[in-house]
Ligand binder design. Structure first.
Ligand SMILES: [Fe+2]
Ligand SMILES: [Fe+2]
Length: 194
């Protein structure tokens, strides 16, 4: 049973890339001219997605990379960058959307995340794919999916509501919605066959 789920799961590196794409699309929806309710909903969508993604990397992906090559500078600075990201998230959440500081904090977070994502996608993910075989990458992907469902469970209603407000009136919502539906469908299909 476990073997089938692991074998059919998307690899951990593909999952990380998908998370990065999703959060960057959400950042791109945020404009300083947007309605305060839309700004806050987008900021919350971004904060929830980043918190879950960072926890998944810290629990599932980074420990494996540290065992493979703990002296790699990018893996060494990953945790401090996540810590700084969480500090910005806490400040952003405590700031009202009509406050100019809300825009500044969101853009600071965006800049940091883009830099962090670039390091991961050009160094950590290719290194993981060089050093781990496909079965191991899929096994870690399945582990990440199981943990993601646990982390999502208490937040699923809030995330759905924020996504609906944040992406209201946007054609990008169709793309993001389709992509999310496809990922969910793939997971359900795979789980059913596991
Ligand atoms: Fe990260
Ligand atoms: Fe990441």
């Amino acid at each position: 049973m476990m073997f089938s789920l692991n074998k059919l799961s998307p690899s951990v590196t593909d999952m990380i890339r998908f998370d990065h794409s999703h959060v960057l699309v959400t950042f791109h929806q945020y404009t300083t001219a947007a309605r305060p309710s839309v700004k806050k909903a987008l900021a919350e969508t971004i904060c929830d997605a980043l918190e879950i993604h960072a926890t998944l990397e810290e629990e599932v992906f980074y420990p494996v990379l540290r065992r493979l090559n703990g002296t790699e500078p990018v893996i060494q600075k990953s945790q401090p960058e996540h810590d700084e990201m969480r500090r910005l998230i806490a400040e952003l959440r405590a700031t009202g959307p009509t406050d100019r500081r809300h825009d500044q904090l969101l853009h600071e977070l965006m800049r940091d995340v883009m830099h962090h994502v670039a390091d991961e996608e050009t160094m950590l993910l290719p290194e993981a794919e060089r050093m781990l075989d496909k079965n191991r990458l899929n096994e870690l992907g399945a582990q990440m999916t199981r943990r993601r469902l646990e982390l999502l469970k208490p937040k699923v209603g809030k995330i759905a509501a924020d996504t609906a407000v944040g992406f209201s009136g946007s054609t990008t919502a169709i793309v993001v919605g389709l992509a999310s539906a496809l990922v969910a469908a793939r997971f359900v299909t795979k789980k059913a066959t596991a």
